[in-house]
Design a binder for this molecule. Structure first.
Ligand code: SMG
Ligand code: MG
Length: 370
């Protein structure tokens, strides 16, 4: 496979409703879509870096720079046998996993188009539908949260994740648990707590949560291990796990008993599958995280979540949870059993709608082999 043209589009898309985490409020989703052409075919990828680097150090600006100056030149000049060769090809460029993952996704899509094979199959996926859940941003008060939860349950979601932050945690969790005693419920702190506040998580143990996601800063595996030793609810790591090496260390330390896998956070689908394989070998459940993806990234998440080790519902909601107008077609809808179908067409299995795309483009750059 030889890639002769790469285009990077920066998009800004309005969200149906704002999404508030412990660190940031998102009103418009901004991301990069990457288009590659080669061997008479095309592929699309989504880079999940956000405008503001609150989740990790990457931003749209850093991703644009690293793609333009390093990653795109590295692949325009070479021949790739398979998408899984991409990580080693760019291993000399340190860090920037989201930038790498966006380009790698486009290469996977291209390879799938060339081979006529859906991405799920290429990755070793087995399911045709995956269980999904909804992630709910921090709400102004408990009453509003209960309404939002109720609405999502009425839409058919069967697993709910609540974003929490210090001061907006226990009371919220308690209220939702009281209203829905059997609901699969979990929380995500996005690293907002320090270890002085660990009591909160001990108190949460009584609410039988599926997991507690990333309570402490990502660098602090030991703090997570200390917490895991004191609570029976599984600790799940998100931000801390940026590679299969970190996953192995976290599991060896018993810093978590569940891992949230996001291809964007770990440098791409190739590394994501390695983490899946490691966890499967150790009987550690994994699930697919989300970054408010457009239909392009959503298609990739569904393919990844079809692998057998993804035994917990992913943060992969239906398109209308976030977007009135999306760049990809068809839209993803929720089945009555709380699942979403894994795309079956070649590659990502979605088409990018040019007119929708043009609607959201902020800037574009094109790179071609001369
Ligand atoms: O895609 O439904 C989604 C969002 C899921 O909560 C979600 N993601 O830390 O897991 C996480 C957050 C990070 C992104 S918030 C903009
Ligand atoms: Mg998270």
């Amino acid at each position: 496979m030889k890639i002769d043209t790469v285009e990077i589009h920066q998009l800004s898309m309005p969200l149906v409703s704002q999404f508030e985490t412990s660190k940031h409020v998102e009103r418009d989703r901004e991301c990069l879509l990457i288009h590659v052409e080669g061997d008479g075919n095309e592929g699309w990828g989504e880079c999940v870096a956000q405008r503001v680097p609150w989740y990790s150090y990457e931003s749209i600006g850093t991703a644009w720079h690293v793609l333009e100056d390093f990653l795109v030149p590295a692949i325009l000049e070479t021949e790739l046998e398979a998408p899984s060769e991409f990580p080693e090809r760019v291993a000399g460029i340190k860090g920037h996993p989201m930038a790498k993952a966006g380009l790698e996704m486009a290469i996977w899509d291209l390879a799938g188009q060339i081979a006529g094979e859906p991405l799920a199959e290429m990755l070793g996926g087995e399911r045709t539908q995956v269980e999904v859940g909804v992630s709910i941003g921090i709400q102004e008060d408990v009453k509003t949260l209960l309404e939002v939860v109720r609405n999502h349950l009425n839409e058919g979601y069967r697993r709910v994740k609540l974003k929490i932050k210090p001061g907006m945690d226990l009371e919220y969790v308690e209220a939702v648990r009281e209203a829905h005693p059997d609901l699969a419920l979990q929380v995500d702190a996005n690293a907002a707590y320090d270890t002085n506040r660990s009591k909160i998580f001990e108190q949460m143990d009584q609410y039988e949560l599926v997991l507690i996601e990333q309570p402490y800063p990502e660098e602090d595996l030991l703090a997570h291990a200390e917490l895991q030793a004191r609570v029976s609810t599984p600790v799940c790591l998100d931000e801390s796990i940026d590679s299969v090496t970190m996953a192995r260390q976290a599991l060896d330390l018993d810093a978590c008993r569940i891992i949230n896998i996001k291809a964007g956070r770990v440098g791409g689908l190739t590394e994501a599958v390695k983490i899946h394989d490691l966890c499967s070998a150790r009987n550690v459940p994994v699930w697919c995280g989300g970054m408010l993806e457009t239909g392009v990234g959503r298609a990739s998440n569904l393919a990844l979540a079809s692998l057998p080790g993804f035994t917990l519902p992913g943060d992969i909601s239906a398109t209308d949870r976030y977007y009135e107008l999306d760049v990809a077609k068809p839209r993803f809808t929720l089945n009555s059993d709380g699942t979403i179908n894994v795309p079956t067409n070649p590659g990502l299995g979605v088409d990018v709608d040019q007119s929708a795309l043009e609607h959201f483009i902020v800037r574009t750059n094109q790179f071609t082999v001369r």
